[in-house]
Design a protein around this ligand. Structure first.
Ligand SMILES: [Zn+2]
Length: 155
């Protein structure tokens, strides 16, 4: 954990010195319809979660498409591609709000699980995959409704 914080401080310091670095770790707001849908699935705590695209921190975790911490989702790529994938969105928000937030998950615990069972079979990943599978259908339906409401002309 201490090690992670040092990396973040390093990235943040770089951001202040060199504006070019801003593009390599930018917080992106989810589109309104998606944010509203996430709130229905996870509750108000979704507004505390920051999604950071093109994150150096995520690149540090070579195997992962994204990596999570408390109230943070760090993406290797663009936020647009992330938001467009319901399974990954549910999976990563689950890590943050149902594992990190209640402190069931820590860097140490995850590392231990990873060592014992590998990536695919560790309990944190199994839980997140199951949650995404269980909620995907409802999430997609809610999102489609929200997006239709946004497009509809206001009376
Ligand atoms: Zn995961």
């Amino acid at each position: 954990m201490r090690h992670d914080r040092r990396i973040l401080q390093h990235v943040r310091a770089g951001t202040q010195r060199n504006p070019r670095f801003l593009r390599l770790g930018r917080a992106v707001e989810p589109p309104p319809a998606l944010q509203a849908t996430l709130r229905e699935v996870f509750g108000d705590a979704v507004s505390e979660v920051r999604v950071i695209e093109h994150s150096w921190f995520a690149w540090w975790h070579v195997r992962a498409f994204a990596t999570t911490r408390r109230r943070r989702i760090y993406l290797r790529g663009a936020a647009g591609a992330f938001f467009a994938d319901p399974t990954i969105v549910l999976h990563e928000y689950f890590h943050v709000l149902h594992q990190w937030e209640p402190r069931r998950l820590s860097v140490w615990q995850y590392g231990l699980e990873l060592f014992r069972r590998g990536y695919w079979d560790n309990r944190f990943e199994i839980e997140a995959r199951e949650f995404a599978d269980d909620h995907r259908h409802r999430y997609c339906a809610l999102l489609a409704r929200r997006e239709a409401e946004e497009r509809a002309p206001h009376a």
